[in-house]
Write a protein that binds this ligand. Structure first.
Ligand SMILES: [Zn+2]
Length: 267
């Protein structure tokens, strides 16, 4: 028997983080009331473990990965990825008819903050891609100021399953590269920021069946709540902005992006 899916899927949240320690249950209930389900995304070993734990109770599913910011502090990357690989293998069995781990991520490159040396970021990224390939899973990509290297590496690895470009930002040629790689583009709070007209203008070039909605909670709150903590329930504001920019009804766009998420992550 299959449990019903929520109306809206937030494909990228970090609700297991310390920012939610005081009121996690209330946050989860607000999401539920708004008809929002979310995918909990790990960024290092501990957060990947707590993502899986949250997927057993509140989250729709979990993703397991090492963020480029965290690559340097992880120690021996081969050991770390071996541990994550085992974690994924143990948690791919359906829990109440749903697999708990549905993607490898977030992984990628961040040359904006450069918190890990670039060579190490690339090494960690490629290990994540190989893990996803071996386990036949999609990947969630974090990329900042590293579009060329990211698409180059992705092309070399020839991923068999979907590539989800989280918090998409960039120009038309980068968008085309991502789409050519079979990518899905995740749109979050940044699409609601008044100065991001370029990003909203770009939307008309993105096929509707490749768009996803996300929050990146607790980060990147939509405009109406900017500067405060973000949470999955607030994805509605992003949905409304995206719908308006596309000339669609929010309900219709919620359904489209939800179906895209079900397909991209094989939920
Ligand atoms: Zn994130």
């Amino acid at each position: 028997m299959e449990a019903p899916y929520p109306d809206i899927i937030d494909t990228h949240a970090h609700v297991s983080g310390p920012q939610f320690d005081g009121d996690r249950q209330a946050v989860v209930e607000r999401a539920l009331r708004e008809g929002v389900g979310f995918i909990e995304v790990g960024f290092d070993v501990p957060s990947s473990k707590s993502a899986i734990a949250l997927a057993e109770t509140a989250a729709l599913a979990a993703a397991v990965g090492i963020h480029p910011h965290n690559a340097a502090e992880c120690g021996d990357l081969s050991l770390v990825w071996r541990e994550l690989r085992n974690l994924i293998a143990e948690n791919r069995l359906p829990a109440e008819n749903r697999p708990r781990v549905v993607a490898v991520g977030e992984i990628g490159l961040d040359y904006y903050r450069d918190l890990s040396p670039r060579a190490l970021q690339a090494e960690c990224f490629e290990m994540g891609l190989e893990t996803a390939k071996d386990l036949d899973l999609p990947v969630i990509i974090h990329q900042r100021d590293a579009a060329g290297d990211t698409t180059h590496i992705l092309r070399n690895h020839r991923m068999a399953r979907p590539i989800i470009f989280h918090c998409f930002g960039g120009d038309r040629s980068y968008a085309r590269d991502c789409l050519d790689l079979g990518g899905y583009l995740g749109f979050g709070g940044t699409i609601t920021y008044p100065k991001n007209t370029g990003l909203r203008d770009l939307l008309k070039y993105i096929p509707l069946d490749r768009m996803l909605l996300e929050t990146d909670a607790p980060y990147l709150s939509p405009q109406g709540r900017r500067g405060r903590r973000n949470e999955p329930a607030y994805v509605r504001e992003t949905l409304n902005t995206l719908a308006q920019a596309l000339g669609k009804e929010p309900v219709a766009l919620a359904r489209i992006t939800r179906d895209n998420a079900l397909r991209a992550f094989d939920l």
